[in-house]
Design a protein around this ligand. Structure first.
Ligand code: HEC
Ligand code: HEC
Ligand code: HEC
Ligand code: HEC
Ligand code: HEC
Ligand code: HEC
Length: 349
């Protein structure tokens, strides 16, 4: 009896999460749609009195999502501050699309790289966001930049896949993805992430990004950095021992996980702190975030600075925090330890 009661209580928890909207599938339609653009005699979307495409309650798909999701953390149409971004998310925050300069390389102050290079752009008219001004399609593939938005990657009608990402035979705007949604377990979207509370990346992310970016991961046929391939014993050992530019071999496998440089492994859990084994994989999300960051190319760290302390100096943009304590160089070193023979230099201004 007691056992039965416990099972019933357990089921209640599964059936009724604390704050839910999508409920693991398609949410109530009028969370996003309006049939007449009218309720209580008032326009549902006053900005568009004649209503919207797809009978949406905002101008376009991304404006619908942003109305609830605070990755932008700013009010209509502008007003947020990329220098005080919302709490770090695994996907990264779209507020950095508002930066006026991301260039922290030498001479970066006078050669601005605008915020649309911070990551994936969103066409969200009600939030003043437009398509990428430089790229017209996904590098490596053909997906057009002009229609990029939340529902290019997430199925607005939900699914059982990780984060409702599109998978094989489904896709946005008539596109049909050829590779499945990645296998991963997400953490609560209401809590901040940390080294012991993070997405558990398991497999398939590189192939999934490849739905739009083609064979950016295929180092069998191209001389490009491996993605979706195993680390091998040497690189895994580097990762596990590396504990920062000032401590190249003081790390240990049990605590080596660095959420700024994640890898894929079926053994990863939301709470795991363990570093990789030889069969773990380097993946697109090892170096990039899926949404946007305060560095060009949605870099998890700025690829154009030698010392992380230089981040934000030339550009005046938000400095991505240094995960280590010392005078840290590029996080490529987590796997390659090319800072082995480097001098310890304080690059803080
Ligand atoms: C989380 C927001 C959201 C919810 C909830 C939602 N929709 Fe949609 N729906 C969209 C968006 C955004 C589009 C535009 C197409 C796109 O972006 O893929 C759309 C498009 C559509 C379309 C036209 C295109 C297509 O995919 O067939 C239909 C029909 C539709 N929705 C029906 C529904 C119904 C019925 C429900 C409730 C059971 C519902 N939607 C719930 C966001 C939502
Ligand atoms: C009415 C408010 C609302 C709207 C509109 C909305 N969301 Fe959500 N979304 C939520 C809430 C609340 C959660 C967390 C609970 C849940 O998953 O239902 C969430 C969770 C999510 C998650 C994480 C799901 C998981 O469990 O891993 C994704 C991805 C997401 N939303 C995408 C979208 C996209 C894409 C759109 C636009 C098509 C959208 N949302 C529109 C409120 C909203
Ligand atoms: C639905 C198609 C689609 C998917 C899936 C997709 N991308 Fe993209 N990506 C694009 C398009 C289109 C652009 C160019 C326009 C833009 O930046 O918005 C782009 C641009 C980029 C850029 C360059 C950003 C810039 O402005 O310089 C990076 C980096 C990137 N993608 C990485 C990824 C990674 C990593 C994944 C997987 C987590 C991924 N993409 C998944 C379509 C996609
Ligand atoms: C290029 C594809 C792409 C686009 C565009 C995109 N997402 Fe995501 N999103 C992802 C991926 C992949 C993840 C998983 C990130 C991870 O765990 O590393 C994710 C994660 C999320 C999460 C979980 C919390 C987090 O940040 O990790 C939410 C909520 C979400 N997305 C909502 C949105 C909304 C809202 C938009 C538009 C404003 C959007 N996404 C646009 C691919 C995309
Ligand atoms: C080892 C780190 C690393 C991995 C893994 C990685 N990238 Fe990149 N990516 C970079 C760097 C660094 C750049 C800057 C340009 C360059 O170095 O070629 C970049 C640039 C990009 C760009 C912008 C290209 C342009 O023309 O503007 C896209 C798109 C991109 N990456 C997508 C991906 C996808 C998709 C994957 C997985 C299949 C991936 N990356 C895996 C480090 C990485
Ligand atoms: C998660 C671990 C990981 C990270 C982080 C990483 N790499 Fe790699 N890298 C690998 C693996 C695995 C290989 C292939 C095996 C090898 O060459 O040891 C590789 C190979 C290389 C190669 C040699 C390619 C060849 O064909 O010989 C270069 C150069 C390289 N990486 C540069 C970088 C740069 C630059 C960065 C940062 C932007 C970076 N890597 C980040 C894992 C990583």
């Amino acid at each position: 009896m007691r056992k039965l009661l416990l099972i019933i209580i357990g089921l209640c928890f599964v059936a009724a999460p604390a704050v839910a909207f999508h409920d693991g599938g398609v949410a109530h339609c009028n969370g996003c749609h309006t049939m007449h653009n009218s309720q209580n005699g008032i326009l549902v979307d006053p900005a568009n009195p004649n209503g919207n495409q797809f009978l949406l309650n905002k101008a376009d798909p991304s404006s619908v999502c942003i109305a609830c999701h605070d990755h932008l953390d700013r009010t209509y149409p502008v007003g947020g501050d990329p220098l005080s971004p919302p709490a770090q998310r695994e996907g990264g925050n779209f507020i950095f699309l508002d930066e006026d300069n991301l260039n922290d390389g030498h001479g970066g102050a006078t050669n601005p790289i605008p915020g649309d290079a911070a990551g994936h752009n969103l066409v969200a008219a009600e939030y003043g966001l437009t398509a990428d001004a430089t790229l017209t399609a996904a590098p490596g593939g053909t997906f057009p930049a002009g229609i990029m938005g939340c529902s290019s990657c997430h199925d607005p009608h939900g699914s059982t896949d990780f984060r409702f990402l599109y998978g094989v035979g489904r896709g946005p705007d008539g596109f049909s993805f050829t590779n499945p949604a990645p296998v991963a377990d997400g953490v609560s979207i209401f809590a901040g992430v940390s080294g012991s509370y993070h997405t558990a990346y398991k497999s398939g992310m590189s192939a999934w990004c490849g739905n739009c970016h083609g064979d950016f991961h295929n180092n069998n046929t191209k001389l490009i950095h491996p993605s979706g391939s195993t680390l091998g014993g040497g690189v895994a050992t580097n990762y596990n021992l590396y504990n920062g530019s000032d401590d190249l071999s003081g790390g240990a496998q049990a605590t080596a996980y660095l959420m700024e440089v994640p890898f894929e492994d079926p053994a990863n859990t939301n709470f795991s702190t363990a570093g990789p084994s030889a069969s773990s994989q380097v993946s697109c999300i090892t170096c990039h975030r899926a949404h946007a960051t305060s560095a060009p190319d949605a870099g998890r760290w700025d690829f154009s600075v030698s010392h992380l302390a230089e981040d934000g100096q030339e550009s005046g943009s938000y400095a991505i925090p240094n995960p280590y304590t010392g005078f840290q160089r590029s996080l490529c070193n987590k796997c390659h330890v090319k800072d082995r023979f480097s001098e310890q230099i304080d690059a803080t201004p």
